[in-house]
Design a protein around this ligand. Structure first.
Ligand SMILES: *[C@@H]1O[C@H](CO)[C@@H](O)[C@H](O)[C@H]1NC(C)=O
Ligand SMILES: [Cu+2]
Length: 389
């Protein structure tokens, strides 16, 4: 039974030499169930052949936001203070084939977050990470978290805790596959979403040290949750990493947010230009300058193709479908120039049809809602007890 997956892999690899084996990659962020577009605001490996691979080395800086995750992407997606974030995992980055994760990849999931002062220059790797949610093995359903992610078509959601201070944040979904953990090979998958939290709270998240960890550094090869044998399990599963931080319910959170102001912090960096005609991951195409001469026409054609090149060069493994749509616009300008129509551009300012795929299925509810509800009940219970005594 344990041999089957690897035989399948060998067979598949022989048939399709370019096919990547069945790991996974975080490709797409949804804010309040709205897709931000494949790769938009997402730090992922830029290598199409290896973007779905697990992180190589527990002490690697890639543990923070994945391969190439140390470099900011151009866009940071805004989200309301208690907004819902959904992370989509895929077997194939460009969704050329469906699927989120191979069923053999059983293990826990988590979402971490880190407050960022400067998205361009601050390091993702290093201290300051808090865990907002995790789930390991669910006794009631007999399922690992990764199995639930597969059932949810690769979608994993959390609510942003209301009391997180506003500004730039990295949100880091994490899957840990334990199918080879008994052989010393726990497989971490991660990436990061750049999110601007729109809150009227400002200041630094300064949490008690037991909640805040450094990534890499928060797990070691001998951490019990990383050596767990899923074929001969001895539950409960020891969840790796720090305790989950529940700022909305914790009184220390008030102290954690240094100052408050009455206005929501305005995003100034990493905004997506509103006038774009089409977007591909972290690139947008903007209209070329108007022209009324032959020379101007050819210059516009060239400027259009220059943007297309930037699009392809910046496209992550989720693909360049919208770069091709943009290129067709350039072909249209070129055709007009060739035909002697030197007034343009044609269809000036017209939005182009975007190929962003819809979510693969219904988006699941936030996984950390349970925690909040339980805490609220807990508090209500306490105050009820107080009023009765
Ligand atoms: C981040 O740092 C860079 C380089 O020092 C600077 O140009 C940029 O303005 C900074 N951004 C913010 C939001 O402070
Ligand atoms: Cu794998």
């Amino acid at each position: 039974m344990k041999q089957a997956p690897s035989l399948l892999l060998v067979a598949a690899a022989a048939l399709l030499p370019t096919m990547v084996d069945c790991h996974t990659v975080f490709t797409t962020l949804f804010v309040n169930e709205v897709s931000q577009g494949d790769g938009t605001c997402v730090r992922m490996s830029m290598d199409p052949q290896h973007c779905v691979d697990p992180i190589d080395g527990l002490d690697s800086d890639d543990m923070a936001c994945g391969v190439n995750g140390g470099k900011a992407v151009a866009f940071t997606c805004p989200a309301p203070t208690d907004g819902k974030l959904t992370f989509e995992w895929r077997l194939w980055a460009d969704a050329e084939q469906p699927g989120a994760l191979d069923p053999s990849h059983k293990g826990p999931c988590a979402v971490y977050a880190k407050q960022i002062k400067n998205m361009t220059t601050d390091s993702a790797a290093g201290p300051g990470w808090v865990k907002l949610w995790d789930e390991g093995y669910d006794d009631a359903s007999g399922k690992w978290c990764t199995e639930k992610v597969i059932e949810n078509n690769g979608l994993m959601s959390i609510d942003i805790p209301k009391s997180l201070p506003g500004g730039d944040w990295l949100f880091r979904p994490e899957l840990l596959a334990l199918h080879n953990a008994d052989k010393g090979d726990p497989q971490f998958y991660t990436g990061c979403a750049q999110v601007f939290v729109q809150s009227d709270k400002t200041g630094n998240l300064d949490v008690p040290s037991e909640y805040s960890v450094s990534i890499p550094g928060y797990v070691q090869a001998d951490t019990p949750g990383l050596t767990f044998n899923i074929y001969e399990p001895r539950f409960p599963y020891p969840m790796p990493g720090p305790k989950v931080y529940q700022p909305a319910a914790d009184s220390e959170m008030k102290a954690a947010v240094a100052s408050t102001s009455s206005k929501a912090v305005q995003q100034t960096k990493g905004t997506i230009p509103p006038e774009y005609l089409i977007k591909n991951a972290n690139w947008v195409g903007v209209e070329v300058s108007s022209y009324s001469t032959e020379d101007g026409c050819w210059k516009a054609s060239e400027a259009c193709y220059d943007q297309a090149s930037e699009c392809y060069d910046s496209a992550p493994p989720t693909g360049g479908a919208n770069c091709r749509v943009w290129e067709e616009k350039c072909d249209g300008i070129t055709a007009a120039c060739s035909a002697g129509d030197f007034n343009g551009p044609p269809n000036k300012g017209k939005k182009l049809q975007s190929d962003d795929p819809a979510p693969p299925a219904d988006i699941p509810g936030a996984a950390n809602t349970d925690i909040e509800v339980r805490r609220r009940w807990g508090r209500r219970g306490t105050s009820l007890a107080a009023s009765l005594s």
